[in-house]
Design a binder for this molecule. Sequence first.
Ligand code: 3PG
Ligand code: CO
Length: 555
Amino acid sequence: GFSWKLADHPKLPKGKQIAVVVLDGWGEANPNEYNCIHIAETPCMDSLKKGAPERWRLVKAHGTAVGLPSDDDMGNSEVGHNALGAGRIFAQGAKLVDLALASGKIFEGEGFKYIKESFEHGTLHLIGLLSDGGVHSRLDQLQLLLKGVSERGVKRVRVHILTDGRDVLDGSSVGFVEILENDLVKLREKGIDARIASGGGRMYCTMDRYENDWDVVKRGWDAQVLGEAPHKFTNALEAIKKLRAEPKANDQYLPPFVIVDESGKAVGPIVDGDAVVTFNFRADRMVMIAKALEYENFDKFDRVRFPKIRYAGMLEYDGELKLPSHYLVEPPEIERTSGEYLVHNGIRTFACSETVKFGHVTFFWNGNRSGYFNQELEEYVQIPSDSGITFNVQPKMKALEIAEKARDAILSRKFDQVRVNLPNGDMVGHTGDVEATIVACKAADEAVKMILDAIEQVGGIYVVTADHGNAEDMVKRDKSGKPLLDKAGKVQILTSHTLQPVPIAIGGPGLPSGVRFRNDLPTGGLANVAATVMNLHGFEAPSDYEPTLIEVADK
Ligand code: 3PG
Ligand code: CO
């Protein structure tokens, strides 16, 4: 029968304290002027690289290695941390939705039947990120969803768009809105009353995460549900173009707008009897809006109205909270994660990051589950992020504070595993501000140093890795690798993640001398890390985990 008990590792001892450090958005790429990690002073990470190939190597962090549909898909934090924590590769939301749409199963499930009840007398509202980034959502999936509902009796559709510019180039929102508008024209020709009803930038409306700033969700709510926003337009394309023309405006932070008819009335507020689908598959930035749409008791902001709707998520967004209670596609069933195993085997765990990445080392790490497995053995600490700013303004973020917390946890000797995420490379990389990203990388490196110093003091072991690339390449390139220029002749800054591999380094005084990276796993990826960490805690990994990256040479 099944048992949580892990077998003892034949060669590696128990009882070592291990620091697991995840640098967010820290890939390996050619050294050049757009590689912020290369330009920044990063003596600590540089010194780890000198341990190659025995104690430093690269692992895959994108595409099929982390459960994404294809190897053209860049990595992201959700799939990266899922793989790191779960030790196996699960078909992820992007892929599961593709499959459900291709087979038509999405339209046969409980979630679809539930919302379909409203098609006859109500409006179907679709809320989500409009881009082909493939991190939170994909435009082609929205298009197939629209086609599917149009063939299944929907009479009135309203799309509430969130512009991207973070997983795709800034300015690409215009093209995506054009494509969507064309599709909606076709639906109208079929007699379906289909329109865009509201919009706003993803970082300013709706898509906050980990309860960093409820005002973001409120701004979206006001536009989507109440039909109220500071900007009113009769046409979404015009809205985007006008709002983008404001100084400093960009897709990520576009102010909210609503589409109104000739008399100035919003065309698509959400009212009793309507159906709502949030069409993002990724969870972290949908949990807050899902709570606002679903919870009867809710005190995070004044909703003014709480319409009686039939609401479904594209996926279930939180397996522990069972949120939302209706959804169109079953999420990946990420069970028996390394965190759960280790807790069952007595490993005391400390996890920490600042708000914007806190859920990454807890919720994502644990297979999209909020909360503890065993509160007696685990402590999760969240350091409040600065809110209401873009992180190029404060590129050091809370790296120092996170490192101090980790250091204190290590020196307290109360924990076997101390796990952190250092967000700088990613969060600042997403702003597209190269100068600030260089500062960010230096700050992350200093934080790593502080944690490794603590490990040195207690005779422990460190595992330093990353979840996906970002800061190591800040420019959009053509197929041959040359930077792409925009119409004005300026290089196109890449705000998104990359396809690059990420480093992993092991070391520390507690690491037995024969431990080294195997050389028979050249295509190893993030999913191989969990078994590696379990070994370092003195356990064999479960047999269905991806193989460990290390071996113990007899010396
Ligand atoms: C975001 O949500 O900020 C980006 O779309 C992806 O970034 P992350 O995967 O690093 O969180
Ligand atoms: Co990111």
